[in-house]
Design a protein around this ligand. Structure first.
Ligand code: TUI
Length: 317
């Protein structure tokens, strides 16, 4: 079995696997199941208000004693009250996305919450290490949702070389091959989103899970480059309509308005044509719905198999 990495020791988890903190997807039920399985379950607070987050945290605490996390979407209008709940509930780990969490770091560190921002560039990685964050998630543009511009393969080694703190790789990872590849690039763990969307404990519409299982390698597209907020989703009526408006030069504010409420429409209401089906490029490799614990076990077991295959390839020393 793979030895524990620095990230396992830092967080007190058994396996170096994070479940992405996806807005409207990663509820307390999913996070609890992933944490109980020995990985890190993360509640996705997205643009939800503080009382929603408090309820989800209590679900996790009622189900598992193991460490869990909360993802804070820094563009949320409720970001300050969400941070307040995190402090009050003494959440063990937070990840952040879509911005720079620098100003919140001192307060969180004071109560011992580990802070692990998502970065999509070397520049932000270096800045955040100086602020005192505990680790980083380097997320390639293969990921679903709001993304940066660099792919996982070039991003990970460049971030690893730029900082001393542990780096978690995200974007395009679905199984043990991805975990071994991430470790080879110098990362000390992986974050997976799309595969955990198809966990049994994930509360999204079953229609969305089915859509992911039917997805192929070229099923996702990026919209919103013209607004400065590129987003990767499975291609549907909404993405085509959005692209058409972008081509016709609709202004960024109007395009942003067009996107509002679409993620909920997809994930909760199961509207496959008018909703925003945020998912990563690896969707084509997700084959079935299974319990979160089985996903965690499968990733660890297939990583070990792949490692043995590589050992045979390089020969014994
Ligand atoms: O945050 C994500 N992925 C997301 S957030 C989200 S909710 C949303 N809904 C509608 C429109 C936009 C978002 C869906 N998916 N991933 C983490 C991530 N963070 N990816 C990229 C970044 C990022 C981008 C720019 C982090 C920092 C940054 O710049 C900060 C700075 O100040 O330089």
């Amino acid at each position: 079995m793979i030895k524990k990495t620095r990230i396992c020791e830092l967080l007190g988890i058994e396996y170096p696997i994070f479940q992405g903190g996806m807005a409207w997807v990663a509820t307390g039920e999913l996070a609890a199941a992933v944490s109980e399985a020995g990985a890190l379950g993360i509640i996705g607070s997205g643009q939800a208000p503080a009382d929603w987050l408090r309820r989800e945290i209590s679900k996790v605490k009622a189900t598992t004693q193991k460490p869990f996390g909360v993802n804070v979407m820094l563009m949320s209008p409720f970001v300050d009250e969400v941070m307040q709940v995190i402090l009050e509930e003494q959440v063990p780990v937070i990840t952040t996305g879509a911005g720079n969490p620098g100003k919140y770091v001192p307060g969180l560190k004071e109560i011992g919450t580990k802070v692990i921002p998502v970065v999509a560039s070397v520049a932000l990685a270096k800045r955040l290490e100086k602020v005192g964050v505990d680790a980083l998630i380097a997320e390639g543009m293969e990921s679903g949702g709001h993304i940066g511009e660099i792919s996982t393969m070039p991003l990970i080694p460049q971030v690893v070389d730029a900082v001393k703190i542990p780096v978690i790789a995200a974007g395009g990872i679905v199984d043990g091959r991805g975990l071994v590849a991430a470790l080879a690039l110098g990362a000390e763990g992986v974050q997976m989103g799309t595969r955990f969307m198809c966990a049994e404990e994930c509360m999204i519409s079953p229609l969305v899970k089915d859509k992911i299982i039917k997805a192929k390698d070229r099923s996702t597209v990026i919209t919103g480059r013209s607004t400065g907020h590129p987003v990767r989703c499975i291609d549907n009526h909404f993405t085509r309509e959005f692209e058409q408006h972008e081509k016709e030069g609709m202004d960024a504010a109007e395009l942003e308005r067009m996107g509002q409420g679409r993620l909920r429409l997809a994930m909760v209401d199961g509207d496959l044509e008018n909703g925003s089906l945020m998912a990563g490029q690896i969707a084509g490799a997700v084959k079935k719905i299974e319990p979160a614990a089985q996903i965690v076990q499968d990733v660890m077991q297939s990583a070990e198999r792949e490692y043995c295959r590589l050992t045979a390839f390089f020969g014994k020393r």
